[in-house]
Write a protein that binds this ligand. Structure first.
Ligand SMILES: *Cc1c(COP(=O)(O)O)cnc(C)c1O
Length: 361
């Protein structure tokens, strides 16, 4: 059995590296594709739903797929520093891969609008954090401007190597299932990921894995946004995006045209869901499947469940939902979600512990 240390090694023939490229890797990729067993029964529909749990990447989000590639290429080009604007996960990922490479990371984050776990990680990885009193979109604009004036490589998803790394998630899905799913659902913020999956599916199906891939073609791409940050649903940029799903609190997506191409070529669609619907899906996944993702990630399941219920996604379908990040990243939302389930405190006695168990059986 081949032991891969990361996705660049595993898919190096399809990625822009040479035998001499020094790979900057933390063993990213190869994340589990988990079939949901309880939720389809709960909703009473004959559908096969898998979740691609990207929260199990080294820094807890799919951003690592793109970052291993972007930092590898930045180092190859002689760059000494990288920079990004971030809602949290990109900054954590950039910081970790920069440390690994021995270069500097600068991250611009919207003050007060990133989840606690992401801030803690980024601090621990020793990045230079620049907080701005503006949102992600403002940070992104500033990063693009400053990169013209200072020797830093941008590692947001406008960096084409990010897309190259991220497309490998589609490869893994086809390798594991043996065919592409009928529908692929994912949350959309900056829209780099939907762009990357579509690129991956298109590239891989031309090197079909067998009869199945040929028969089933490519998935329909379903991009889901938060109701308060839904430029693709409105068909126009949004100036003051708002949602508790901070990872997709983006009003001016950078991959605007590419995401529309993915939607059109795949025959897919965009839709939006309220914070309540997103939080309900997050809780449902944790409480019925044992999979804990962050709020933004659950948007993919919220959307899939909605479209299954209306029949837009028909019974008999094979569906993959990308869970973009780990639930542990956002402990504050998790605690709010479970405000009614406060742990009981009792005396440290055998009697009391026994009573507590029998009372709740
Ligand atoms: C970055 C991110 C997204 C959005 O991905 P885009 O490529 O910007 O559309 C969604 N969920 C999580 C957890 C993220 O970190």
């Amino acid at each position: 059995m081949t032991r891969y240390t990361g996705l660049i090694e595993r898919y190096r023939k399809r990625l822009p590296v040479t035998a001499n490229t020094r790979l900057i890797s933390l063993g990213e990729g190869n994340t589990p594709l988990i079939q949901l067993h309880n939720i389809p029964k709960l909703i009473g529909k004959d559908v096969t739903i898998y979740v691609k749990f990207e929260g199990l990447n080294p820094t807890g989000s799919f951003k690592d797929r793109g970052m291993t590639m972007a930092v590898t290429k930045a180092v190859e080009a002689g760059s000494q520093a990288i920079i990004c604007a971030s809602t949290g996960n990109t900054s954590a990922s950039a910081a970790a891969y920069a440390v690994r490479a021995g270069i500097k990371a600068f991250v611009l984050i919207p003050e007060g609008k990133i989840a606690l776990g992401k801030l803690a990680q980024t601090l621990m990885y020793d990045a230079k954090i620049i907080q701005i009193n503006g949102n992600f979109d403002r940070g992104m604009a500033l990063v693009k401007e400053v990169a013209e004036l200072a020797p830093v490589t941008i590692v947001n998803s406008i960096n084409p190597y990010r897309i190259e790394g991220q497309k490998t998630a589609a490869f893994e899905i086809i390798d594991e299932l043996g065919y592409p799913p009928d529908f692929h659902c994912l949350p959309v913020g900056n829209a780099g990921n939907i762009t990357a999956y579509w690129k991956g599916y298109k590239e891989y199906s031309t090197y079909s894995q067998g009869q199945d891939a040929v028969c089933r073609g490519r998935p329909v791409m379903c991009g889901y946004q938060a109701a308060g940050a839904a430029p693709f649903v409105q068909g126009a940029m949004v100036d003051n995006p708002e949602t508790i799903a901070t990872a997709i609190r983006i009003g001016h997506p950078q991959s605007w045209d590419l995401a529309w191409t993915a939607q059109q070529e795949s025959g897919g669609w965009f839709d939006k869901f309220t914070d309540e619907q997103i939080l309900a899906a997050q809780k449902m996944l944790s409480q019925h499947e044992g999979v804990f993702c962050e709020p933004a990630s659950a948007t993919s399941l919220a959307g899939a469940l909605h479209d299954i219920s209306t029949g837009k996604i028909p019974e008999g379908s094979v569906i993959v939902c990308t869970l973009t990040g780990n639930g542990i990243k956002d402990p504050e939302i998790a605690m709010q979600q479970c405000a009614d389930a406060k742990p009981v405190t009792i005396d440290a006695s055998l009697d009391q512990v026994k009573k507590a168990i029998l009372d709740s059986l």
